[in-house]
Design a protein. Structure first.
Length: 88
């Protein structure tokens, strides 16, 4: 299973996709949600920022406070991922 990170801007609190930045981790089996959030925040440059994290079972939504952006962490099949590759 692969994990895809997707960072984009927001407008009115909703994902706007005026710009989007994507990356993925292949073979991410065994990573906890907390580990995924830490990796996603580090990748997006949110380390040290307070964020509101919502878990939806197959996806994680990370919203940094004071920034009009949202970061999605989605589980995906390896053949459906987009963006640059990160090391697991």
């Amino acid at each position: 299973m692969a994990i895809q990170f997707e960072n984009t801007d927001t407008f009115g609190g909703e994902a706007n996709y005026c710009w989007v930045k994507r990356a993925h981790i292949l073979k991410a089996d065994g990573l906890t949600d907390r580990q995924l959030v830490r990796r996603a925040k580090a990748w997006a440059g949110y380390t040290g920022m307070r964020c509101e994290v919502s878990t939806y079972g197959d996806a994680i939504e990370i919203r940094p406070r004071g920034v009009c952006q949202v970061l999605f962490v989605n589980y995906a099949e390896e053949e459906h991922v987009q963006g640059g590759r990160l090391d697991a």
